[in-house]
Design a protein around this ligand. Structure first.
Ligand SMILES: C[S@@+](CC[C@H](N)C(=O)[O-])C[C@H]1O[C@@H](n2cnc3c(N)ncnc32)[C@H](O)[C@@H]1O
Ligand SMILES: [Zn+2]
Length: 489
C-alpha cells in the first residue's frame, strides 16, 4: 500500500516534469518561430525536436506517429528542429499527443537521443513554408551522360601530382581540385588569360561538350574545366563565379553521387536544388550572375523522399522531405574564359562594373603630405584621448634599453604619443615630441617635458642627446622630409 502511493507520487512527478517540458517547447515555438499552439485537441500536432534540422529522418518520424493512427500528412520543413503531423481523425492525434509526448528516439546519424514534445495546432503553416521555384536562368538536364560514360570520366582523372603543371592541382581544405585549360586562382578568384595550361581540356570531354552545344544547353564551347571531388561532409562556400573571369553560361556535371546545391538571392531568398547523379547543371543569366551557389559541408542532405532522382527545388514540396546520406561526388565544371569586361544587368555584384576605388599613389611630396595629414595626423588628433587611455603598458625591450642607459643620460622620444616611456626611469633626463597637440597636452598633464613637432624636422642640435627612441612612428611617414603646406598657397 505504502509502496504503491510512493510510485504513484513518482509517476506524477515525472508526468509533471513532462508537462513542463511540453509547455516550454510550446513557448519556444511561439517565441522563435511564431507557431501558435492550442490547448484543445485538433487533427494536427507540432512535434518539437522532431525535425530535419536536428537530424530526425522522415522515415523514423513516420514510424513513430503511425503507431497512433492514419497519418494524412507529415510536414518536415528544411533545417527546422520541428515537424507537423496531421492525422485523419482528431482522436488519433489526441492519442499521439497523450502517449507520445516525451518519447525518446535515437538519431540514425549520431546515435544521440532526442526527446519529442507534442502540441496541438489549429493550422499547419503550409503556405508560409512553401518557397521558391528554380532561380531564373537555371536548368538541370538529367542523365546527360550514361553510367558507362560516367565511369570512364571518373576513371580518366589522374589525381597524382602532375609535374608539368605543379600549381594547376590543389588540395583545398574542403575538397580535391584539378584545373584544365586555365588555372583558376583562388587568391584573386580569376584566371591568368595569358597563361593557358598545356594540353587544354581532356579529349574525353569532347563528346559531352558537343552534345551540350548541339542541344543548345550552351552557346559557346568552354575552354576551362575545374574538377572538384567532395567527400561526404565537404562543401564549397557560397559564391558567385567572378563576372570578369567567365562568360555567362557555366555548366557542371555531377558524377558519382547526387548532391543538394544551395542558391541564394541577395534579398535572402534561398533554394536548395537537387543535382542528381549524371545530371548537368546549367547556370545562366540571373542564376549565374546574381545568385550565390554553394554546398553546405554536411553528411546528409534534405531531399524529396518520393524520388531521389527527381529534379526540382527541394523546398518546393516540403510535405515530402527526408535525409539522404551523402556519397563521394565529383563535379566537372566547364566555363568559358571572358576576354572583354562583363556588361551584365547586375552591376551591384559585377566586378567589371565596379567603380575603381583603389587608392592611388601620391604623385608628389605635396600630395603625400596631404594624405599623411588626413590619414595620420587628423586621426591621432581625433582619437588622442581614447588612444592615450589604451596605451599604458611599455614594451619590455624598450624599457630594458632605457634602463640600461647610464645615469643622467639625455633621451629624446620622437613621436612619444602619451609619453608612456618618458617616466620609465627616474635616472634619465627624458623629453618627448609628437605631431599631436592633444597628446602633447596629455604629456604635460602628466608632468613630462614634451613639445609639438614633426619627427622629420626635430628642432634639436645634433649630438645634444645621448639616446633617442622612436617607437611605432616611422611607418606613418609618407614623405622624405617634413613638409608644411600652407593650403592657401
Ligand atoms: C602608434 S603611436 C606610438 C606612440 C608612442 N611612441 C608609443 O609607443 O606609445 C604613433 C605616434 O606617432 C605620432 N606621429 C605620426 N607621424 C608623426 C610625425 N610625422 N611626426 C611626429 N609624430 C608623428 C602620432 O601622433 C602618434 O602619437
Ligand atoms: Zn557582370
Amino acid at each position: 500500500m505504502e509502496t504503491d502511493s510512493i510510485s504513484q507520487q513518482k509517476l506524477s512527478k515525472t508526468e509533471k516534469k513532462l508537462r513542463q517540458k511540453q509547455m516550454k517547447a510550446r513557448h519556444t515555438l511561439f517565441r522563435h518561430e511564431g507557431i501558435e499552439c492550442v490547448s484543445y485537441p485538433t487533427k494536427s500536432l507540432v512535434i518539437a525536436n522532431g525535425g530535419l534540422g536536428n537530424g530526425v529522418s522522415r522515415c523514423q518520424l513516420l514510424c513513430v506517429v503511425e503507431e497512433c493512427g492514419l497519418v494524412e500528412a507529415l510536414l518536415m520543413p528544411p533545417n527546422k528542429p520541428y515537424s507537423f503531423v496531421t492525422f485523419g481523425r482528431t482522436e488519433d492525434s489526441k492519442r499521439a499527443h497523450d502517449s507520445l509526448n516525451g518519447k525518446e528516439i535515437m538519431l540514425e546519424d549520431s546515435g544521440q537521443n532526442v526527446v519529442l514534445y507534442f502540441n496541438f495546432v489549429e493550422k499547419v503553416p503550409w503556405e508560409d513554408m512553401m518557397p521558391t521555384a528554380l532561380p531564373p536562368g537555371l536548368k538541370i538536364i538529367e542523365d546527360l551522360v550514361s553510367p558507362e560514360e560516367e565511369r570512364q570520366l571518373l576513371e580518366s582523372i589522374d589525381w597524382a601530382e602532375d609535374e608539368s603543371i605543379p600549381t594547376a592541382q590543389q588540395s583545398l581544405k574542403h575538397r580535391r581540385v584539378k584545373h584544365f585549360g586555365y588555372e583558376f586562382r583562388y587568391d584573386n578568384n580569376n584566371v591568368d588569360r595569358d597563361r593557358p595550361l598545356p594540353g587544354g581540356l581532356p579529349d574525353i570531354c569532347n563528346t559531352l561538350l558537343a552534345k551540350c552545344l548541339k542541344m543548345g544547353y550552351i552557346k559557346e564551347k568552354p575552354d576551362q574545366l575545374t574538377i572538384n571531388q567532395y567527400e561526404p561532409g565537404q562543401g564549397i562556400p557560397p559564391h558567385i563565379d567572378t563576372h570578369s573571369a567567365f562568360e555567362d553560361e557555366i555548366i557542371a556535371l555531377s558524377l558519382g553521387a547526387e548532391i543538394v546545391m544551395d542558391f541564394k538571392h541577395p534579398d535572402g531568398h534561398v533554394a536548395g536544388i537537387m543535382l542528381p547523379q549524371r545530371s548537368l547543371l546549367v547556370m545562366s543569366g540571373e542564376s549565374r550572375y546574381l545568385w550565390t551557389h554553394g554546398i553546405t559541408p554536411r553528411k546528409f542532405d534534405i531531399i524529396q523522399a518520393s524520388e531521389v532522382q527527381k529534379v526540382r527545388a527541394v523546398t518546393a514540396d516540403i510535405g515530402d522531405l527526408t535525409l539522404n546520406k551523402r556519397r563521394e561526388r565529383t563535379s566537372f565544371t566547364f566555363r568559358k574564359v571572358r576576354r572583354s569586361p562583363c556588361n551584365c544587368s547586375y552591376p551591384s555584384v559585377c566586378d567589371s562594373q565596379r567603380e575603381d576605388t583603389a587608392p592611388s599613389f601620391p604623385i608628389n611630396e605635396r600630395e603625400a603630405s596631404k594624405l599623411e595629414e588626413k590619414y595620420v595626423h587628423e586621426v591621432y588628433e581625433g582619437i588622442a584621448t581614447h588612444f592615450s587611455s589604451t596605451r599604458h603598458s611599455p614594451w619590455p625591450r624598450v624599457v630594458e634599453f632605457l634602463r640600461g642607459l647610464p645615469c643622467g643620460a639625455v633621451v629624446a622620444d620622437v613621436g612619444c604619443g602619451n609619453g608612456k616611456y618618458l617616466g620609465v626611469s627616474k635616472d634619465l633626463y627624458t623629453f618627448g615630441c609628437d605631431r599631436s597637440m592633444t597628446l602633447m597636452d596629455i604629456c604635460g598633464e602628466k608632468g613630462f617635458q614634451a613639445f609639438v613637432c614633426d619627427a622629420l624636422c626635430v628642432p634639436l642640435r645634433s649630438g645634444s642627446c645621448d639616446a633617442c627612441i622612436s617607437i611605432a612612428v616611422i611607418h606613418h611617414f609618407s614623405t622624405v622630409v617634413a613638409t608644411y603646406w600652407n593650403i592657401s598657397n
